[in-house]
Design a protein around this ligand. Structure first.
Ligand SMILES: Cc1cc2nc3c(=O)[nH]c(=O)nc-3n(C[C@H](O)[C@H](O)[C@H](O)COP(=O)(O)OP(=O)(O)OC[C@H]3O[C@@H](n4cnc5c(N)ncnc54)[C@H](O)[C@@H]3O)c2cc1C
Length: 416
């Protein structure tokens, strides 16, 4: 049997370890979970890595995740976009039905003209939006929202990002919506699930049961020998046949000799995130989460966690988180005050009892034009050294939880 070590006890490390006998997982933080961690302050429970809901097109994986968390709640999504001082239904192309008739006409006219116009094949994300959705939908929502979350000119984002993730416009939906008929989009996520108690960390906690996780053991050095991988942590030195690496690829030059791929690692781009948690002594409207494309509002999304599960806040109170995408190294001053002020600006004047911010260096992989070549080279190099890159930052891939769970199972079967 192969001796397997795993760097990182986020969802990726945990999901692999629980499918392999005797794997050892090293986690630098004091508890497992990575982005899936939850904290309770004065009775308000916050998912500190941002809003996480459980959904999947793959029923087998979905049922496995639900069986893992035990008690859960099920919802039909109630999600809106703040647009021209009103909340319209998400996604935007389905929210068009809530706009005034003249605006619907402008959007419809442009969409139809765009469909029949001869067009050059798109080469980047901005061109792809124009190609698929037309100017009106792109300029009104897709461009400002995506510029806000990616913090980049959208021409810098490659079509690798689009592959399967941003769906083609449901033509039927846009036409219906434009003539005022209500429709639903992103239907694979319309129904979603959430742990009844304990926030999203419940999933990580359940996965970590019966897994050998060495918390507080940061991996400081990886050395590749003849047929073995030697790992030095803050707690000791270990030898493995194979090492699964789920920490960010950008950390590698600090912990292993990898001159051959350092240039490629420097090409990798990502965004950071600030999550601001608010405990409020008010009942909030019955939304799940809201999107804000406006550049003068600090957050791009807010989520009402106490509408996911009533156990997330004391009776009569509410728990909210605001997500703010940042370029790596960018600082946001007075973030709690700015979030509270902007909430007032968009119509939520709340009695705030608790406010705390959490910073995440790695949150979103940016699919720049170097993405595919750099990632393929780095992955190939590591595999040759018996190091298996995996996960959102270890594999450098925009993975949601269901994809992590499914891929981890397949990988464990190959390794175990
Ligand atoms: C804002 C946001 C919202 C999201 N919402 C959803 C959602 O609604 N639904 C969904 O399905 N998915 C969602 N996701 C995706 C989901 O968070 C990821 O798929 C998942 O958490 C990735 O887990 P991971 O283990 O790959 O990475 P991580 O969670 O980053 O885990 C990596 C672990 O490695 C540890 N580590 C790092 N360096 C070392 C070292 N040197 N030694 C030891 N340990 C180390 C870290 O401490 C961490 O615990 C969301 C992601 C974000 C950012």
């Amino acid at each position: 049997m192969n001796k397997i070590g795993i760097v990182g006890a986020g969802l990726s490390g945990l999901a692999i370890a629980r499918n392999i006998k005797n794997a050892v997982v090293f986690e630098s933080e004091s508890r497992p979970g990575g982005l899936l961690r939850t904290e309770t302050i004065e009775g308000y429970t916050f998912d500190i890595g941002g809003s996480h809901i459980i959904f999947s097109k793959d029923n087998e994986t979905l049922f496995e995740m639900l069986a893992t968390i035990g008690e859960y709640v099920e919802h039909r999504r109630r999600t809106y976009i703040f647009y021209n001082n009103q909340f319209i239904k998400y996604p935007f192309e389905n929210g068009i039905s809530m706009l005034p008739a003249e605006e619907r006409f402008q959007i419809l006219k442009d969409f139809v003209e765009n469909m029949i116009r001869e067009k050059k094949e798109p080469e980047n994300l901005l061109e792809w939006f124009y190609y698929v959705f037309g100017r009106e939908i792109t300029d009104r929502y897709l461009k400002p929202y995506n510029e806000k979350i990616w913090k980049r000119n959208l021409e810098e984002i490659s079509l690798d990002w689009v592959g399967g993730r941003v769906p083609n416009p449901p033509v039927d939906d846009i036409l219906r919506s434009a003539v005022g008929i209500e429709t639903e989009g992103y239907t694979h996520q319309l129904r979603f699930f959430y742990p009844l108690k304990g926030g999203i960390e419940t999933l990580a906690k359940s996965l970590a049961e019966n897994v050998d996780v060495r918390v507080g053991e940061r991996v400081n050095k990886i050395e590749v020998g003849e047929g073995e991988v030697v790992v030095e942590t803050t707690g000791g030195q270990y030898e493995f046949d194979k090492l699964v690496y789920t920490a960010p690829l950008t950390h590698l030059p600090k912990i292993m000799d990898c001159d051959e791929i350092e240039g490629k690692i420097r090409k990798l781009d990502y965004n950071s995130l600030t999550v601001v948690g608010l405990g409020v002594k008010d009942k909030v409207p019955n939304f799940h989460w809201l999107y804000f494309p406006q550049s003068d509002i600090v957050f791009h999304r807010i989520a009402f966690l106490s509408n996911y599960s009533p156990y997330m806040a004391p009776d009569g109170c509410s728990t909210i988180i605001a997500e703010i995408s940042r370029r790596p190294g960018e600082r946001i001053s007075n973030v709690c005050e700015r979030v509270i002020d902007n909430l007032v600006d968009v119509g939520f004047d709340l009695n705030v009892e608790v406010c705390k911010a959490w910073e995440w260096k790695h949150a979103y992989i940016v699919y720049n034009h170097h993405y595919r070549e750099a990632v393929e080279k780095i992955r190939g190099y590591l595999r040759k050294k018996n190091i298996v890159p995996f996960g959102r930052f270890g594999g450098w891939e925009y993975l949601n939880m269901d994809a992590v769970m499914a891929q981890a199972k397949a990988l464990a079967a190959r390794l175990g």
